[in-house]
Design a protein around this ligand. Structure first.
Ligand code: SAM
Length: 290
C-alpha cells in the first residue's frame, strides 16, 4: 500500500473551492435564497456532515460513546465541523476538532459563528492527526475524555501511529470511536472515491488492520458494527431525490456524483462497507511503534 501524504490529502479535499471564504459564502447564499433566517444545524448537514448518512450516521456512533456534558472531546479530521457542532449541541459537551485542510477549518469556524450557543463549545484548528501535540499543545488543551474520527482513516496509511497519537491525548480509560469505510475483500476498489481520486491516495483498510492498530496502541475494542445496509439505504434514498437538492457535498467537492456512484458499486460488490469500532484505552501498550 502506498503512503498517503498530508499535502496530497489537503489538495484532494481543497480542489472544489478556492478558499474557506468561498465555501462559507456559498452557504450564506443558500440560506438567503431559501429565506432561512434562523439557521439550524440540520439545514447545513448536507454540506458539513461529510460521511455516509450525515447526522443519522453521527448519532449512531455517538450514542454508543456515553458522552457527558462535562466531557471534552477530540474530533480528528473534523472537516467543516458539522459533527463537532452536532455533538456539542446534543450532549452539551466541548469539542475540539483538528483537520489538515485549512479551507475546511476556516469555513468551519465561520459556520460555528452562526450558532452563538456553540461559541465556547466548538473550536477547529489546522493540524494533522499524525502530530497532535503540534496542533494541540498539552499545556493549552489538557487531556480529552473521548475522541472520534468519522471517515478519516481512509486517508491515513499508518493506523497504529494515528491511534497512538490519539491515545496520548486521551485520559486513562478514554474512548476512541471510529466510523470509517473499511475494506471487506482483497478486490481492487473502483475510483474516484470521496477520499481519493485514485489508488495511490487511498488508505482504506480492513477491519482487522484497525483492530490490530487498536490493540498495538493499548485499547480493547468493545464495539464493532457493520453499517453496510444503512450505507446502501442512504444512497438509495439520495437517488430517489436526485436533482432536487443542489445544496450538498458538491458545494466544496468536485465530481461528487461519480464518487458517490462508485461508493455504491464498491459496497454492492462487497469490496467495502462503512463500519463502526469503539476502543477503550486499557493503558497497557504492546506496540514497539511508539
Ligand atoms: C471525508 S472528510 C470527513 C470530515 C468530517 N469528519 C465529517 O465527517 O464531516 C475527511 C477529512 O479528514 C481530513 N484528514 C485526512 N487526513 C488527515 C490527517 N492526517 N489529519 C487531520 N485531518 C485529516 C481531511 O482534511 C478531511 O477534512
Amino acid at each position: 500500500m502506498s503512503i498517503v501524504n498530508g499535502q496530497d490529502v489537503e489538495a484532494h479535499y481543497s480542489s472544489g473551492s478556492t478558499s474557506g471564504n468561498e465555501i462559507f459564502n456559498k452557504i450564506k447564499t443558500y440560506l438567503n435564497e431559501n429565506n432561512i433566517t434562523t439557521v439550524r444545524l440540520t439545514d447545513l448537514a448536507p454540506v458539513d456532515e461529510f460521511h455516509i448518512g450525515g447526522i443519522p450516521g453521527t448519532i449512531s456512533l455517538m450514542d454508543k460513546l456515553d458522552i457527558k456534558s462535562t466531557d471534552t472531546i477530540l474530533d480528528v479530521g473534523a472537516g467543516l465541523g458539522g459533527p463537532a457542532r452536532f455533538v456539542a449541541d446534543k450532549y452539551g459537551c466541548k469539542v475540539i476538532g483538528v483537520d489538515l485542510t485549512k479551507k475546511f477549518v476556516d469555513a468551519g469556524n465561520e459556520i460555528t459563528s452562526l450558532f452563538p450557543q456553540l461559541k465556547d463549545k466548538v473550536h477547529l484548528v489546522v493540524g494533522s492527526g499524525l502530530d497532535l501535540e503540534k496542533a494541540l499543545p498539552s499545556d493549552s488543551t489538557g487531556l480529552f475524555d473521548k475522541a472520534y474520527l468519522l471517515h478519516v482513516g481512509m486517508n491515513i496509511t499508518d493506523k497504529t501511529k494515528l491511534i497512538n497519537e490519539i491515545s496520548k491525548k486521551l485520559k486513562p480509560n478514554g474512548k476512541l470511536a471510529i466510523y470509517d469505510v473499511m475494506k471487506m475483500s482483497s478486490d481492487e476498489l473502483e475510483f474516484p472515491l470521496p477520499w481519493a481520486s485514485d489508488k495511490s491516495h487511498d488508505a482504506c483498510a480492513s477491519v482487522d488492520v484497525y483492530k490490530k492498530a487498536f490493540e498495538n496502541s493499548g485499547f480493547n475494542v468493545t464495539v464493532e458494527n457493520s453499517r453496510l445496509e444503512f450505507g446502501l439505504g442512504v444512497f438509495e434514498k439520495r437517488k430517489m431525490h436526485s436533482g432536487k437538492t443542489p445544496f450538498g457535498l458538491n458545494v466544496h467537492q468536485e465530481n461528487f456524483a461519480t464518487k458517490g456512484a462508485n461508493m455504491v458499486k464498491n459496497m454492492k460488490a462487497g469490496r467495502m462497507a462503512p463500519y463502526e469500532l469503539i476502543g477503550v484505552k486499557n493503558n497497557i501498550t504492546s506496540s514497539n511503534n511508539l
